[in-house]
Design a protein around this ligand. Structure first.
Ligand code: GLP
Length: 268
């Protein structure tokens, strides 16, 4: 795991956006795995700016989102489809026909959405770069604690804590879903590269458990320790629970000098 601790959330977004931009420049037809949540907002703003400035293009790219609520239609402003359109898709040159979420249409059996989504990801050649956030309880996508570490895309029940954490985004009279369809942990682990962004002190404990705790289904993000190529971008607050901090900074320095000399870092 490459852990990079940056000054603030702004720098986390800029560094994350640079990584996505690099991939799109090298592989314009890249398959991106995308995430929702407040952490990703600044990342998408940067990508929109770059695209508008002509520095990157999504024209040939494909996007698969991690998850979608069950029981909200794509046109509902609370849906993750609406979030993605508002924050990214409607402002960049991506082909809307190549943007996918594990959506469940009216009358469709939600149990069938997962296997179908898996087929679509496989048909696109798999995910090149999966962007992730982390829940306060260590979830990735909506893989809540105790999710199978070998799970694939399927229906999940959100924990009471996740419902509570996300309740700030719903008004009192709005329907707040308690179910979602989410990529599984094994689906996420199949991505060729993973980029995790976490900011704010409320993520410090989850980040420490992810990076330095045991690999356990009780902290789904801890499975990332088993992935070959993960980059974790943190602000100071989200990094504040890490014990091995000095080593991450030291490694980052070495990686930067290796990158300057050879164009690629070594140490993940
Ligand atoms: C949400 C999403 C995750 C997201 C996480 C953190 O519930 N399903 O994909 O990474 O929780 O969200 P935020 O960035 O708003 O803290």
């Amino acid at each position: 795991m490459e852990i990079i601790i940056l000054k603030d959330a702004e720098k986390v977004a800029a560094t994350g956006a640079e990584l996505v931009a690099e991939l799109l420049r090298v592989s314009p037809a890249a398959v991106l795995g995308l995430a929702t949540g407040s952490t990703q907002l600044a990342l998408y703003r940067k990508l929109v700016e770059s695209c508008r400035a002509g520095a990157i293009s999504f024209k040939r790219a494909t996007a698969f989102n991690l998850d979608e609520y069950l029981g909200v239609t794509p046109d509902n402003p609370q849906s993750y489809r609406a979030y993605m359109r508002r924050e990214l898709f409607d402002h960049v040159d991506i082909d809307p026909g190549r943007t996918f979420l594990p959506e469940c249409g009216a009358g469709q059996n939600p149990v069938l959405v997962g296997p179908d989504y898996e087929k679509k990801i496989a048909a696109a050649g798999g995910i090149d770069l999966q962007v992730l956030g982390i829940g306060v309880n260590g979830h990735i996508g909506f893989n809540e604690p105790s999710s199978s570490l070998n799970s694939r895309t399927r229906v999940k029940t959100l924990t009471r804590q996740t419902v509570e954490d996300n309740s700030r985004l719903f008004s009192a009279e709005e329907f707040q879903p308690r179910l979602a369809v989410t990529m599984g942990i094994a689906t996420i682990m199949d991505a060729r590269r993973i980029l995790m962004l976490a900011t704010g002190a409320n993520k410090a404990d989850a980040v420490a458990r992810m990076a330095e705790g045991p690999v356990t289904a009780m902290c789904p993000a801890s499975i990332l320790q088993m992935h070959e190529r993960v980059t974790v971008l943190l602000d100071e607050a989200a990094a504040s629970g890490l014990e091995n901090r000095d080593y991450y900074d030291w490694t980052h320095q070495q990686n930067e000098s290796l990158k300057a000399r050879f164009g690629r870092s070594h140490d993940v």
